[in-house]
Write a protein that binds this ligand. Structure first.
Ligand SMILES: COC(=O)C(/C=C/C1=C(C)CCCC1(C)C)=C/O[C@H]1C=C(C)C(=O)O1
Ligand SMILES: O=C(O)CCC(=O)C(=O)O
Ligand SMILES: [Fe+2]
Length: 374
């Protein structure tokens, strides 16, 4: 990816939401969403998110059946994976092989980082218009609405995308844990891509061979409780620019992740020790839209905080990509142009989160339904 030019972006004052929460002051106007964007809150009993139901329907894939199952188990799990990718773009993976102790460790160091004094976290600042470090990404103007979220993001692989000055010295074991965790998640992504290739009737190593040395980044999102969850968003609606995204929610987190399904926001119910996987824009393009990246957002909770640890896995910046020829025919005409993935990454990180609009970069035809989700 060509380096993002340092331009005089004016983003205005970005309040740190943990500090706002501590001060217990009125929510600044910059966080208050337009009425059309506000999440619809459920009753106090459900308390957390929107009027949408909690989804227990989001497919659950048992990874151990794919990797170690007998023939029938593999086949039935591959069918579930196909349906998950075609109908949801999101699924939860259980028995993924990453030790529970490592999941707990990454939750602990992430949480401990966010609990540090502000001055300590600000030693690793996200530059205006930047994506790595502590702060709020995807803010490009003074009038842009802000998310009720503090982020800490790091490029992990390949090594040249790292900014070593942004790897924190506190809490102890932070960097070591990120290294070990990222290598396990990388392995999982490679395997999942292999199984996804099989569901598409492609050579199992097609993505591995195409991706080169994959780019991997980690982002920790901390959502403090918000006194008016009905007015704000934890994270603006977006699809991920990656090939695959792996999301871990801290144990005991409130419900917060919502996905747009049939034009309705559906809340994802966390399953302890499971990982939430979603398809990113890159897989949508490669599969010519057979597997789509799905718009999602995060909402906040009045009393509970929430922490998510998100890994983005994407091809090398060097590769040129477009729909795989095997997935294009007269019934499935080519929907996306070919482009360089580095260019797409640059486009993604220099635009605000805006639903699925970022992918217009690659679309040959646009068909905007222009309906407001409920
Ligand atoms: C805040 O950052 C993001 O949300 C994000 C950025 C990821 C990246 C870094 C933190 C370091 C440099 C590489 C990269 C751009 C991946 C989202 O990542 C999505 C967007 C693209 C494109 C992608 O591959 O993942
Ligand atoms: O915190 C969440 O649930 C959503 C995070 C997310 O979508 C992201 O970081 O891209
Ligand atoms: Fe996301």
């Amino acid at each position: 990816m060509a380096p993002v030019a340092i331009s005089p972006i004016k983003v205005g004052k970005i309040d740190d939401v943990q500090e706002l929460r501590k001060a217990n002051s009125k929510i600044p106007e910059r966080f208050v969403r337009d009425i059309t964007e506000r999440p619809k809150l459920a009753t106090a009993a459900l308390s957390s998110s929107s009027s949408s139901s909690l989804s227990s329907d989001i497919p659950i894939i048992d990874f151990s059946k794919l990797s170690k199952g007998n023939k029938d188990e593999v086949l039935s799990e591959l069918l579930k994976l196909t349906a998950a990718c075609e109908e949801w773009g999101f699924f939860q993976v259980i028995n993924h092989g990453i030790d529970q102790s490592l999941l707990e460790q990454i939750e602990k160091v992430s949480n401990d980082f966010f609990m540090l004094p502000l001055a300590e976290k600000q030693k690793y600042p996200m530059a205006p218009g930047g994506v790595q470090g502590y702060g709020q990404a995807f803010v490009f103007s003074e009038d842009q609405k802000l998310d009720w979220c503090n982020m800490f993001a790091l490029g992990v692989e390949p090594k040249f995308i790292r900014n070593p000055k942004l790897w924190p010295t506190k809490p102890g074991q932070f960097s070591e844990t990120v290294e070990v965790y990222s290598s396990k998640v990388r392995k999982l992504c490679k395997s999942l891509l292999k199984y996804m290739a099989m569901t598409l009737g492609l050579k199992k190593d097609v993505f591995k061979e195409m991706f080169g040395v994959a780019v991997q980044a980690i982002r920790m999102n901390y959502y403090p409780p918000c006194p008016r969850p009905d007015l704000v968003l934890g994270l603006s609606p977006h699809s991920d620019g990656s090939a695959l995204t792996v999301l871990q929610e801290r144990k005991g987190s409130s419900v917060g992740l919502q996905i747009l399904k049939d034009n309705k926001w559906v809340s994802v119910q966390p399953i302890p020790n499971a990982l939430v996987i979603n398809i990113g824009d890159t897989i949508e393009v490669l599969t010519n839209g057979k597997y789509k990246s799905v718009e999602h957002r995060a909402v906040t909770h009045r009393q509970k905080d929430r922490l998510s640890i998100v890994t983005f896995y994407a091809p090398s910046y060097e590769i040129e990509l477009g729909p795989l020829p095997e997935l294009v025919d007269e019934n499935n005409p080519c929907k996306y142009r070919r482009y360089n993935h580095g260019e797409y990454s640059k486009h993604y990180v220099t635009n605000k989160l805006q639903g699925k609009r970022t992918l217009d970069f690659a679309k040959i035809q646009t068909n905007n339904s222009n309906q407001n989700p409920t």
